[in-house]
Design a protein around this ligand. Structure first.
Ligand SMILES: C[S@@+](CC[C@H](N)C(=O)[O-])C[C@H]1O[C@@H](n2cnc3c(N)ncnc32)[C@H](O)[C@@H]1O
Length: 677
């Protein structure tokens, strides 16, 4: 196989630098309380606090590796245990394992760490300075920097794997027939396919009972994968084999071919869902204010842990088969018809997320008519007004008016510059024949600063400015929230002045995920709480980052609510229908879609010709088989459901237009425009 990645060469100084970066991040994660490790602090000179998303990333990585190692140790209690950590860097696993063992168990342990000589020498010095490596250095080989009864630090370039390394390991006291776990935690990813193939082949050839545990990146070709690759290239440590082995299935096949016949592997979403207890998940989710669900799930989907063995021994095979749980087999095989369509070139000057948007009807135009103009508010990104290369991404406070047919953007500067537009708020157009007005509700400036304000936005005649003013709330108001939905509903049998209400559903605040429903009368601005009658008992009401769309019928409007994240950050795969029975009562029921939809959130939805429910993008959770067949099926798919039969009839993959690298459709806004086709 030819490696496209051979275009890149890795600079070994930069690759060694990846260790300094990971150890600082691991310490940050531990300091915040995600996991315990009292040894990391000895290996970090300048501790730094990383962002919550980085902390979570290092938590899941350490958790996954610890999980497999713990299973291996418990499967081999009272027997010899050999662990070889390839590219160990400053990892502290050995010191932590040693703490868990009593004296007699420690006698069975042989733990060998291999890294570049300069890295491993620095590590030994730091460990000795902290009195972690006591006793005599029994070093008896030029590659061995330090050796005691059960620990050995080897300085060796893994690209030169072969007889010399075998001899060094022999001098470390390794037994080539005892079950031996080789750990590559984000290491082989920095080697070319050929170099890592040599390592795997060498292990298979030298060890009859080898277990290989690999934790690294995958899925390089979708939007997130491309950004991930660019990041590592920019750091001077490109991922060299990922394009040759882009999916978990391709990695599994590779290990099979190289002699590791029993293989199990999961991505970090599956790992978290199936291998972490609910108590631990609750703890993790409450450690730091967090609002980067999309990036978190995307990151988790792009990393895997895989355990494989070449052993014929039943106990080793059993360990390998059972050490990682996943619920892949529960996912339905039946799927909707699949088609692809190519997208047009995007509006290159819009770079934002976490904003809200509404279609614009002006003057006498009917609100329901075809969409030509769209208004965008808030969010984070590049200002559309003054886009220079040097512009920083930041919170956006201007409005943007976008004319779709003419591909034309106008910035709407606020007349009140004091007003700071929150992120993840909602916006709907206020029916008004005289003026173009919108209601902005909720949102947040940080995960701790959430609002339940309603503001009235009025666009001036020339569409150059917007006036924004806070509306004094009346009645019992909903709690502050963000990542909720707001839709305008109409009551069929009502008199003129309360025909339109803004219906707010779900969302979250700092502590809670909401499942409640509120109506704001759009003329009187009086709020009322809507009591929800639930058709089926097991319907999950509390959700955020869902989507809601109105379908008008003669019998009144129905809101279709789809997907979202529940209070445990679990993605949902259901569709609910919400029908208003009166101003203060709603009936919520589940729409049983067949085949079952995948879980998704942070998507958008539309109704087409009162019959089709269209779900666009979102963070999606395909199976590894689906990802193998279509590595892009993460966020750029559209699901079409026929509401007359409740059948999921079609999946449309949006193909990137030529020249556009990434398509990450989540946290976006979408509109149906043009004629109804
Ligand atoms: C991202 S760090 C991971 C360190 C450790 N496994 C962990 O997870 O904390 C990658 C490590 O692999 C080591 N490494 C990469 N290529 C190597 C090679 N050819 N020989 C030895 N070590 C290597 C680097 O020096 C670095 O310490």
């Amino acid at each position: 196989m030819t490696s496209q990645s051979s275009d890149f060469t890795s600079n070994s100084a930069q690759v060694q630098g990846t260790n300094d970066n990971s150890i600082v991040s691991k310490l940050s994660m531990v300091t915040q309380g995600y996991l315990e490790d009292k040894y990391l602090k000895y290996f970090v000179q300048k501790p730094q606090r990383r962002s919550p998303i980085i902390n979570r990333g290092y938590y899941i990585r350490s958790k996954a590796v610890r999980h497999v190692l713990a299973k291996f140790l418990s499967a081999r209690s009272n027997e010899d245990v050999q662990i070889v950590s390839l590219g160990a860097g400053f990892d502290t696993t050995f010191f932590n394992i040693r703490d868990l063992m009593n004296e007699s168990a420690t006698k069975h342990l042989k733990y060998i760490e291999i890294d570049y000589p300069s890295v491993i020498s620095r590590k030994v010095k730091l460990a000795q300075a902290a009195d972690l490596l006591e006793g005599q250095n029994l070093q008896n080989d030029k590659n061995i920097i330090y050796r005691n009864e059960n620990y050995c630090a080897v300085g060796f370039d893994l690209r030169k794997v072969g007889a010399e390394l075998a001899e060094t390991l022999q001098n470390c006291g390794i037994n080539f027939t005892v079950p031996t776990l080789f750990l590559s935690e984000v290491v082989m990813t920095y080697l070319t396919s050929g170099q890592s193939r040599n390592i795997i082949k060498w292990i298979n050839h030298s060890f009859r009972n080898a277990v290989l545990v690999v934790f690294e990146q995958m899925l390089p070709t979708n939007g997130f994968g491309e950004v991930m690759l660019r990041h590592f290239e920019t750091c001077g440590s490109p991922l060299l084999a990922i394009r040759d082995y882009p999916t978990l299935l391709s990695q599994k096949k590779r290990h099979n071919v190289l002699g590791f016949k029993t293989v199990v592997g999961v991505d970090m979403v599956s790992f978290y869902q199936c291998n972490v207890s609910s108590e631990e998940k609750e703890k993790i989710q409450n450690i730091e204010p967090f609002d980067e669900y999309e990036a978190w799930h995307q990151t988790c989907l792009h990393y895997f842990i895989m355990c494989s063995t070449n052993s014929e021994e039943e106990s080793v095979q059993e360990f390998c088969k059972t050490c990682l749980k996943c619920h892949e087999s529960e996912k339905p095989e039946v799927k909707a018809e699949e088609v692809s369509i190519s997208c047009k070139e995007p509006f290159s000057s819009i770079q934002m997320f976490g904003h809200c948007a509404s279609s614009v009807a002006t003057g006498n135009k009917d609100l329901e008519k075809q969409v030509d103009d769209v208004i965008l508010f808030g969010g984070f990104g590049l200002s559309t007004q003054n886009q220079r290369k040097k512009d920083h991404h930041r919170r956006l406070h201007d409005g943007t008016l976008l004319n779709i047919p003419n591909n034309n953007l106008k910035t709407l500067t606020p007349s009140n510059i004091e007003f700071k537009t929150p992120m993840y708020s909602s916006i709907v157009q206020k029916p008004n024949h005289e003026k173009t007005q919108f209601l902005l509700f909720g949102g947040r400036s940080s995960p701790k600063m959430t609002t339940n304000d309603v503001s009235l936005i009025t666009i001036n005649k020339n569409c150059t400015e917007h006036d924004i003013k806070l509306i004094p709330s009346q009645g019992t108001c909903p709690n502050a929230r963000w990542r909720h939905t707001a839709n305008v509903l109409q009551f069929v049998n009502n008199c003129e002045d309360d025909q339109h209400t803004m219906l707010v559903y779900g969302g979250r605040d700092e502590l809670n995920v909401h499942g409640d429903c509120w109506c704001l009368n759009m003329n009187t601005f009086i709020w009322s709480n809507v009591e929800s009658k639930v058709g089926e008992k097991d319907i999950v009401l509390g959700r955020h980052s869902h989507s809601a769309v109105k379908c008008g019928s003669e019998k009144g409007d129905i809101l279709f609510i789809s997907g979202g994240l529940d209070c445990n950050e679990e993605p949902l795969n259901d569709v609910l229908s919400l029908k208003m029975l009166s101003h203060s009562k709603a009936l919520i029921d589940r729409v049983d879609i067949h085949p079952k939809l995948p879980q998704l959130y942070s998507h958008t939805s539309h109704i087409h010709t009162d019959r089709y429910l269209i779900l666009v993008g979102g963070v999606q959770f395909p199976t590894c088989k689906e990802l193998h067949e279509n590595p892009n099926s993460l966020a750029d798919q559209v699901f079409i459901i026929d509401l007359s039969t409740n059948a999921w009839i079609r999946t449309v993959t949006l193909k990137k237009p030529f020249g556009l690298n990434s398509l990450m459709l989540h946290g976006h806004c979408s509109f149906v425009f043009g004629n109804n086709s």
